[in-house]
Design a protein around this ligand. Structure first.
Ligand code: NCD
Length: 336
C-alpha cells in the first residue's frame, strides 16, 4: 500500500501491507486511548460522504481523522446531496476532491466508490459499496482476530473460522474472505440459508488459496471446533421488501446456552455490528455480553486504530506522527 493510494478492495493488499498496517495500528493505540495526542494532520480535511446508513464506520473514520489532528466535513444521505438533482458520481468527485485531502465514501451501489474514485483528485477509501466490499471492516476484523487468537497461542495461518448469516449480501464477509486468501491453511465454515449462500467467486478464491471450505445450513455442528464465530445481520436493505428478509431473520441465533453446549471454551465471538437485537432476530443474544470471549466491542475499538493507521499510511505520516505527540490535558477515564 503506497502513500496516496485509494482503498477500494481487499484485492489490492499483500501480506506485507497487512503487517505494516497492523504495526502502525499498534502504534496508534495510545493516541486512540487519549493517553497522548498528535496534531500531525493539522490543516488536512477528510470528506466523509455517507450515502447509506452508518454509525460505526462514519464516526470512527471521522474520529480517527480528528485524533490525528485533521478536520472532518460530512454529507449524510442522498437526500441532502446533489446526487438527488441528477449529478453524476464523477462530477461530485471532481467537486469534493477540491475541498478535501482524502475522502471516505459509502454508497448503496456496487462499484460506485470505484467510479467515484476514478474522478477524484485525492485518495478515496471505500466505506462499503452495496453488497460488494467493505475493506476497512475486514482489516479491523483481521486485526482483531490476530490479537484475540495470539492471546490463545494461535496464528492466522491455520485459523478455523465460521461465518454465519447473510453471506450473500454481507459485504464484510466478502472482504474478509478475500483477506484470508493471503494466509495459509485456513478452515472456513460458511453457515447460511441456501438462498443467502456465499457467492461462488469468494468460495472459489478461498479454495484457490488452498483453504478448506465447508458450506452448510446447520449452525450447531459448525461452531463446535472453530477459533472464531463471525455472525452477521440479515442485510434487509438489500431485499426487495422487508417480508422477504423476515423469512431468514432469527434463523441462526447464538446465545450463552448454545455457546456453552457447542463451542470450545475459548471460541471468540465476533460480529461487524449492528447486531439485530429485535426479538424476531436476536442473532447474538445480550446474555453473551458477560462472556469474555465476546469481542464485538474490542472490534469497534480496534476499528478506530486501524482507521488511524490507514490515514497515516495513505497520507504518508506513519513515520512522523509520533514527532507531533503532545500530552493530553483533559480527564481521561481510561487511565483513571
Ligand atoms: C456492516 C456494513 O455496513 O456492511 N456494518 C459496519 O460497517 N460495521 C454490517 C451491517 O450493516 O450489517
Amino acid at each position: 500500500m503506497s502513500g496516496g493510494a485509494h482503498i477500494l478492495s481487499i484485492e489490492q493488499f499483500h501480506r506485507d501491507d497487512i503487517e505494516t498496517l497492523f504495526i502502525t495500528a499498534d502504534r496508534m493505540e495510545p493516541y486512540a486511548q487519549r493517553r497522548k495526542m498528535t496534531r500531525v494532520l493539522e490543516g488536512a480535511i477528510l470528506g466523509n460522504m455517507f450515502f447509506e446508513a452508518s454509525t460505526r464506520t462514519r464516526i470512527s473514520f471521522g474520529s480517527a481523522f480528528n485524533l490525528l489532528g485533521g478536520e472532518v466535513r460530512e454529507s449524510v444521505g442522498t437526500e441532502s446531496s446533489s446526487l438527488v438533482k441528477g449529478e453524476s458520481l464523477a462530477d461530485t468527485a471532481r467537486v469534493l476532491s477540491g475541498y478535501s485531502d482524502i475522502i471516505c465514501m459509502r454508497h448503496p451501489l456496487e462499484g460506485s466508490v470505484a467510479e467515484f474514485a476514478s474522478a477524484s483528485r485525492v485518495p478515496v477509501i471505500n466505506g462499503g459499496d452495496g453488497s460488494n466490499e467493505h475493506p476497512s471492516q475486514a482489516l479491523l476484523d483481521l486485526y482483531t482476530i490476530q490479537k484475540e487468537i495470539m492471546a490463545r497461542g494461535r496464528t492466522i495461518d491455520g485459523l478455523r473460522i465460521a461465518m454465519i448469516g447473510d453471506l450473500r449480501y454481507g459485504r464484510t464477509v466478502h472482504s474478509l474472505c478475500k483477506l484470508l486468501c493471503l494466509y495459509e491453511r485456513v478452515r472456513v465454515v460458511l453457515v447460511s440459508p441456501r438462498e443467502l449462500a456465499m457467492p461462488e467467486q469468494y468460495v472459489e478464491a478461498l479454495q484457490t488459496a488452498g483453504h478448506h471450505v465447508t458450506i452448510t445450513e446447520e449452525l450447531e455442528s459448525s461452531i463446535s471446533s472453530v477459533d472464531i464465530v463471525y455472525s452477521t445481520r440479515i442485510q434487509e436493505e438489500r431485499f426487495q421488501d422487508r417480508q422477504q428478509a423476515d423469512l431468514y431473520r432469527g434463523r441462526f441465533r447464538l446465545n450463552q446456552a448454545i455457546y456453552t453446549r457447542h463451542c470450545e471454551p475459548n471460541t471468540v465471538i465476533m460480529h461487524p455490528l449492528p447486531r439485530d437485537s429485535r426479538a424476531e432476530a436476536n442473532e447474538l443474544d445480550r446474555d453473551l455480553d458477560q462472556n469474555p470471549n465476546l469481542a464485538i466491542f474490542r472490534q469497534t475499538d480496534n476499528g478506530l486504530i486501524v482507521r488511524m493507521a490507514l490515514f497515516a499510511l495513505i497520507l504518508d505520516v506513519a513515520g512522523i506522527f509520533e514527532n507531533y505527540a503532545q500530552d493530553v490535558r483533559w480527564y481521561n477515564p481510561r487511565i483513571g
